[in-house]
Write a protein that binds this ligand. Sequence first.
Ligand SMILES: Cc1cc2nc3c(=O)[nH]c(=O)nc-3n(C[C@H](O)[C@H](O)[C@H](O)COP(=O)(O)OP(=O)(O)OC[C@H]3O[C@@H](n4cnc5c(N)ncnc54)[C@H](O)[C@@H]3O)c2cc1C
Length: 437
Amino acid sequence: MKIAILGGGTAGFIAAAHMTRYFPQARLWHIYDSRIPTIGVGEGTTPRFPLWLNEVTGVGPDEIATRCGATVKLGSYYEGWGSRNADFVNRFQPPRLYGYHFDAGRVTGIIGDHVRATRLDARVTSLETLPGGVTVGFEDGSHLDCDYVLDARGFPPGAWTQAPEDPDIIRMDWIPTGRAMVRRLPPSAETSMSRSIARPHGWAFQIPLQEWTSCGYVFNPSLSSDEEVLEDFDAFLEDEGAEPTEIRVRVSFPNFMRRNWFDGRIFTIGNAASFVEPLEATAIGATIMQVRTAQRWMAEQDRQSPPDKDAVGFANQTMRSYVLRNSLFIAWHYACGSRWDTPFWDLAARSLERAGKHRYLKGHVQAMTDFLDVGRDLPGAKIGACTEQERWEREILPKLTKYVPFGNFSELNFAQVGHGIGYYDADKISAGGGVNG
Ligand SMILES: Cc1cc2nc3c(=O)[nH]c(=O)nc-3n(C[C@H](O)[C@H](O)[C@H](O)COP(=O)(O)OP(=O)(O)OC[C@H]3O[C@@H](n4cnc5c(N)ncnc54)[C@H](O)[C@@H]3O)c2cc1C
């Protein structure tokens, strides 16, 4: 079997290591253009990443800490969100699970040690799916024929443009943010949680690594200028007692997904396939879902025959549902506003209402209503405070009723966020999931 992996960012390296591990007999090419930089952000993960990393490379917390400045992440800590004026935690469930905070620049080095592929430094200019495989075309006119391609070349140009309407791209206009500025601060004493702090123009994140804390301000560029955000960013750092530093990354991002992320031969992976703003750090987890699906597909399909259309449709629908549901859970965090009464929070508080108007989201909004209901009856603060697995099994596990996740999130995440933002304190909750009155 011949497989080409395109892209040298986090997603490309995850895909290349995964293919190395599961297809030791395959001929692999890892192709990326060193003239095109990686995005350089993406420093917090869900528990999917440590589980994947250990399974595929054998690397655990000690090695990633030493080589990548990583710290163990137990969840996210929210400050200033919602109507209750109280901080809250969304802890990974169950509490034995953990993610990492890591240096996005160094993590590809660790993963790269476990890639065995022919490395090509070249620009890919075309991909053509044929009945029996894929042809990868290069800038110099040469080409490579493969059975499968994993395409992790970062955000596709179509994810940015508003018109003409590209039927392959779903733009998630219900997500209220689209830009971030990122700085580096001195290391924090507390490293077990990513912090998400509500600010007038959006929210700030703090991702505590061993050698520094990565601090970003996420906002909506059509509501606030870079200058306004910078001013508040400085004010925030001053409140925190941290010296303002230079902006390290200033990055715009599209909230989008491809309607079809694969056609039976080409799998789009990572930011090439979808992105939902950084709240809850879902992107690397989605990448892992994609490479696992690709691996199963390649192992099970007869690669000499054209792909089964129904199976392709099903795989596309499953991934669509996963990403759209994550986007709804993220949009819901804004439902009760924050301590700031600003145009950003006014728009953000109506995120779910906007989502409910999209026809392809109707079923997912309906499914979410069940999770919202179940979350109401669960003790959100107690779940967030429970750090011991044994106690969790005794006191929290028996309260579960659904067992299935909504995207990446369970009823226990709904309970923590819902009670945390004060969603269940509101008098009336509309069918679309927004808060009335
Ligand atoms: C502000 C912000 C914060 C984020 N925080 C998180 C987080 O906490 N957790 C998380 O999971 N995710 C986060 N993300 C998402 C993060 O960007 C991705 O998880 C991750 O970096 C994957 O990027 P990538 O590998 O898909 O693409 P990129 O890093 O953009 O890599 C693209 C690669 O493709 C190559 N390439 C491009 N075009 C060509 C071509 N034509 N030919 C050959 N090679 C090509 C480039 O050289 C590069 O190597 C964040 C994103 C933003 C914007």
